[in-house]
Design a protein. Structure first.
Length: 297
């Protein structure tokens, strides 16, 4: 969107890294709010679709004003594919969690930066540098280390859904990168509507009781709506695999929120793996930002 690109004093690398980092910071309390809520899984998925849909929909209505309808038509075929892929990876994440253990799902999702790099190299001809490949492998093995004791064979279907989620995240970022001259936020909004419509048919109870009346809206606005806006913009400025690398930070920062509020102490593996992830991404980002960058026009 034009207003996001008006910060001409920043390079594309700085813009993309900042947007991805802020998105992750908004997402990190998500695990805590999920733990504090009592709503059943499909009900949560429904609200995580419908509330962000309305929040961002009305935000775009104010932002675009008379160009609101045109913005949805301008997304084109790429925008339609993005909306579909966006919906699918949101849904498959929940299906994966329901059919295998959380560790397996998170390890599959940790493959997203690697898949992004491969897809970007094939379709965008953006070949990641050696530093990026090293960062991808280090962070993946750090996630593997964190969850090693929790890994189970699990349900094959659930594991496959976890991999589909990772592939969906990679495809999403690559599509945005491919169409970086196009605003795909309207597509993301429709993707969230698709999530809500799908989940609607499986919800047993729509009632929000007690503290869920606070936790669910807070989660859906702060941890879902705002981040998905930022993550839809970030790949326009930096390669897809770099955006997905940032999201591995949630693996360590999420448990810290849980520890601070619920007093559920992170495991030794989580602390060590988290330090490795944070250090790797920090060094990688610092080196990328130190590279000569052209200011965006």
């Amino acid at each position: 969107m034009e207003r996001f690109e008006s910060l001409n004093k920043f390079s594309d690398q700085q813009k993309g890294s900042l947007l991805a980092f802020i998105a992750v910071m908004f997402i990190t309390p998500d695990t805590l709010l999920i733990r504090l809520s009592n709503i059943e899984t499909w009900g949560m998925l429904f609200y995580r679709g419908i509330i962000p849909f309305f929040v961002v929909f009305f935000g775009l209505l104010i932002f675009y004003r008379q160009n609101f309808i045109n913005a949805f038509f301008k997304v084109g075929t790429i925008g339609i594919f993005y909306a579909i892929s966006f919906s699918i990876c949101n849904i498959t994440f929940i299906i994966s969690i329901q059919n295998t253990n959380v560790a397996n799902t998170l390890i599959m999702i940790a493959l997203a930066p690697m898949l992004s790099a491969i897809l970007g190299a094939i379709f965008l001809k953006e070949i990641p540098g050696n530093r990026t490949w090293i960062a991808i492998f280090i962070t993946f093995f750090a996630v593997l280390f964190i969850f090693y004791d929790s890994i189970k064979i699990g349900n094959l279907f659930g594991n496959i859904m976890g991999f589909v989620t990772a592939a969906g995240l990679a495809v999403n970022a690559v599509l945005i990168r491919y169409a970086k001259d196009r605003d795909l936020l309207p597509s993301a909004v429709m993707g969230k509507l698709g999530v809500a419509v799908f989940a609607y048919f499986f919800v047993e109870n729509f009632n929000l009781i007690g503290s869920d009346q606070i936790y669910i809206p807070l989660m859906c606005i702060v941890c879902v709506a705002l981040p998905f806006v930022l993550v839809t913009i970030a790949p326009r400025f930096i390669p897809a695999e770099e955006v997905n690398l940032f999201f591995l930070l949630e693996t360590i920062i999420g448990p810290i929120w849980v520890w601070l509020v619920i007093k559920e102490q992170p495991t030794f593996e989580t602390i060590i793996g988290g330090i490795i992830i944070i250090t790797t991404i920090g060094i990688h980002s610092f080196l990328k930002l130190k590279e000569p960058q052209k200011l965006s026009n």
